[in-house]
Design a protein around this ligand. Structure first.
Ligand code: ZN
Length: 437
């Protein structure tokens, strides 16, 4: 059994056409060509009137959903064989029940409910699609959600997943999905992105014109799902490979338990830069890992969540991640990480203690200071020696020197007197000797 509405419709038509022509393969027959009745699409712009929805720094959800809804309608009307209605065209209050009732009244084939997300901590980001929790509505919603989620991903949005949510009566938590299901209308709720997060802000910051891009994206996803054609757009999705989803035998329940595994180990410490490489392992058997974050004070303060590696298939995640943390120097670090599953449930990891990494700048400064100190000391010692050498001559020294000089001069003078005396004496003796002869 195939859950897609188009498959059901195709089967209906195959039965119809079979009586006329044998051998027509239903797979190649586009819905828009064979449909005897136009495809009826209802777009529900989330919130309205007093019910403003999420608000953050001037962004108001009800205004954003209306901008997207109108652009979605305009784009969808370019396709053949489609009728498009908005649950409300003006800014007004409308109960969820009335929205579903409106869709039922016009015999809608599908209801698309448009929203923008926000989180209490303003730290979450990405797109998600909520689908009815059971039966063919689950299968149809899930098939469409895969198409729109792929397109949102291509736009650059992070996929938070395709999910179900239940109230305490095990019924769909979101009223629009609950009442649409009661009315027998397939439905999905698209949370395009978070209007309170800087990571997502680039997708709506430019205002209504940028929001219209979401509307065109949603319309194209609908065209792909229903295999529509548009001459004016030059688009033909007749053979679009719509993902198949099996009709679940039971309610598809959301994950209500935290991730079972969250473990970290430090694999490298760069003493120069203070960069610490962390290997992380995380797993959630019931769903998938969505975000991770980390703390350097043992879990008191966590930095902003980051994306966890996930293959293109929604609702799956890889088991390992490696990331680097720039830690402050000269401080003991108590490294701890956290992981969040697709249902916003967190698990904290073990704590890894990292001994203070000496600040290289401080070390260099200290080395420089030590060198300067040593140089200063050496200079001081040198000065001291010179000082001693250059001690001024005292009067005593002068006196001593003078006495010494006087003694030397006296000695020399005495010697010279003696020499002269002997020379005179010798000369006298010689002269006397000559006279006697
Ligand atoms: Zn909302």
């Amino acid at each position: 059994m195939k859950g897609n509405i188009q498959i059901i419709k195709i089967l209906k038509v195959v039965l119809l056409t079979f009586s006329f022509t044998a051998g027509i393969t239903f797979c190649s027959v586009p819905v828009s060509v064979w449909a005897d009745e136009p495809l009826v699409i209802v777009i529900d712009p989330g919130h309205g009137g007093e019910n403003k929805g999420a608000q953050y720094e001037g962004y108001i959800e009800k205004e954003m959903t209306m901008a997207v809804a109108k652009a979605m309608k305009e784009e969808l009307l370019k396709y053949d064989g489609v009728e498009v209605y908005l649950t409300h065209e003006t800014d007004e209050d409308m109960t969820i029940k009335d929205r579903a009732a409106f869709a039922a009244e016009i015999d809608a084939d599908f209801l698309f409910c448009l929203h923008f997300n926000s989180s209490a901590s303003h730290t979450y980001f990405g797109a998600e699609v909520w689908v009815p929790a059971g039966g063919e509505y689950y299968a149809q919603g899930y098939s469409f959600a895969q198409i729109v989620m792929r397109d949102l991903g291509d736009l650059g949005l992070y996929s938070r997943g395709i999910k179900t949510r239940l109230n305490n009566r095990d019924d769909n938590y979101y009223g629009i999905l609950r009442y649409s299901t009661y009315e027998g209308i397939p439905s999905v709720l698209i949370e395009h992105c978070h209007l309170d997060n800087e990571k997502d802000e680039k997708f709506y910051r430019q205002g209504p014109e940028q929001l219209e891009e979401f509307g065109r994206l949603d319309a194209t996803a609908v065209a792909k799902y229903f295999r529509l054609k548009s001459e004016s757009l030059g688009a033909d999705y007749s053979n679009f490979p719509v993902p198949e989803t099996e009709i679940p035998s039971d309610i598809v329940r959301p994950d209500r338990t935290e991730p079972e595994l969250c473990q970290i180990e430090v694999t490298e410490i760069n003493e120069e830069t203070g960069e610490v490489t962390v290997r992380m392992e995380a797993e959630d058997e019931d769903s998938y890992i969505l975000y991770y974050n980390y703390s350097i004070d043992g879990g008191n303060y966590y930095f902003m969540p980051e994306t966890w590696p996930r293959p293109e298939v929604w609702n799956h995640s890889l088991k390992e991640l490696e990331f680097t943390v720039k830690v402050p120097f000269d401080k003991e670090i108590l490294l701890r990480a956290g992981v969040c599953n697709g249902f916003d449930l967190w698990t904290e990891s073990n704590i890894v203690t990292i001994a203070p990494i000496p600040d290289p700048v401080r070390l260099q400064e200290e080395l420089l200071r030590a060198k300067e100190e040593a140089l200063r000391k050496a200079q001081e010692q040198y000065e001291e020696i010179r000082y001693e050498e250059q001690q001024p001559v005292t009067d005593e020294d002068i006196r001593k020197e003078r006495v010494l000089l006087l003694a030397v001069i006296s000695g020399i003078a005495a010697l010279m007197v003696m020499v002269v005396f002997f020379m005179v004496k010798t000369t006298f003796v010689l002269i006397r000797g000559n006279k006697k002869r």
